[in-house]
Ligand binder design. Structure first.
Ligand SMILES: [Zn+2]
Length: 347
């Protein structure tokens, strides 16, 4: 499987995250990718290559220009407030909630930060832009590889992307890699693309980006937002809007869902995808549904990830896999590569 690897991912290394009000080591850290790369190489699953840089205009197919401008310039704006900020990550302290204005970008950096952030636990750091941009390069290159004849490809990158919307970041996501991959496939000639998100958390950003569109089907299997992040999107009654009605399917599962529950949802997802008759599949590959992941309340075992890959192969579609969530437990690389190997062997 042709894999695109972003060596600049290490530039995103936030100082801490908050857990029950305490500062703890950031869970979205560089070793996540290292674990996957080591396992991928150990099994000899294919070549790992460096992506070409894609032009900014490609990112504007998914994200708003003012948001991209903010992300690119945010660190220099943060430093301009106080050179001592070089030693601190930037976090928002105010948000435009219901009834407030989103259309006017404040001049204040703090105001801008709140406008573009969906939570307080996705720090902006010196390396945010370079890591996110080169990660997006991986996703777009992986999508393009399908157009060059590959039957599958993998964007091995972080920070992840599926929580990032057209004009906001959150959940350690800044640029929506899966959405960029799908949009590239469409811009390069396809008429219909399906995105399947199997991360433990709902892909709110991806859903939002395509919610009114009929050329992209978004299907997500995730923890019920009543109990888990991102809390405010991901319910079963969100089915699309306007001409996109029917092109969004959420399959939320209660905490404690077993492998059998999860695979029943996967079957529903696969039937929906087949009915849409897409020409390619983008998989938001998060493995934090693994029973041994500290964020998980599902019962997926490492061997289940092989079966997931096999089932996806039976769809008979060229597929781009985009790495999303999964804590850096020892099985992280095994679980991710199991999906890829299951797909390769059954395809
Ligand atoms: Zn997740």
């Amino acid at each position: 499987m042709l894999t695109f690897f972003n060596e600049h991912h290490t530039h995103y290394n936030a100082r801490f995250e908050l857990s029950n009000g305490e500062r703890v080591p950031c869970s979205e850290r560089p070793e996540r990718v290292d674990l996957v790369a080591a396992e991928f190489t150990r099994r000899g699953l294919g070549r790992i290559v460096t992506p070409h840089g894609v032009p900014l205009v490609s990112l504007e197919r998914v994200h708003t220009p003012r948001y991209l401008h903010f992300l690119r310039s945010s660190w220099s704006q943060w430093l301009a407030l106080d050179p001592g900020n070089a030693e601190r990550d930037a976090r928002p302290g105010a948000w435009p909630v219901r009834g407030m204005r989103h259309d006017v970008e404040p001049d204040s950096f703090g105001g801008k930060l709140g406008l573009y952030a969906m939570d307080n636990d996705t720090p902006l750091t010196a390396g945010t832009w370079i890591a996110a941009k080169t990660g997006a390069d991986c996703a777009v290159n992986a999508a393009h590889a399908l157009r060059l004849g590959e039957t599958s490809s993998f964007a091995l990158t972080r920070p992840p992307g599926h929580h990032a919307g057209a004009d906001y970041f959150g959940g350690f996501c800044f640029l929506n890699n899966a959405a960029l991959a799908a949009q590239h496939l469409l811009d390069d000639g396809l008429q219909r693309v399906a995105i399947l998100d199997i991360d433990y958390h709902h892909g709110n950003g991806t859903q939002s980006i395509f919610y009114g569109r009929k050329d992209v089907l978004f299907v997500s299997i995730h923890a019920d937002p009543r109990s888990d992040y991102p809390y405010y999107l991901g319910h079963a009654d969100e089915t699309g809007d306007g001409e996109g009605l029917g092109c969004n399917m959420n399959l939320p599962l209660a905490r404690g869902a077993s492998s059998a529950h999860w695979f029943a949802a996967l079957e529903t997802a696969c039937i929906k995808i087949s009915g849409f008759a897409p020409q390619a599949l983008v998989v938001s590959l998060g493995v934090d549904g693994f029973a041994g992941d500290p964020r998980s309340h599902f019962g997926l075992a490492s061997s289940d990830f092989l079966r997931i890959g096999e089932r996806l192969a039976w769809l008979g579609l060229p597929a781009v896999f985009v790495f999303e969530g999964g804590s850096s437990v020892p099985e992280l690389g095994i679980n991710v590569v199991n999906v890829l190997e299951g797909f390769e062997t059954a395809a």
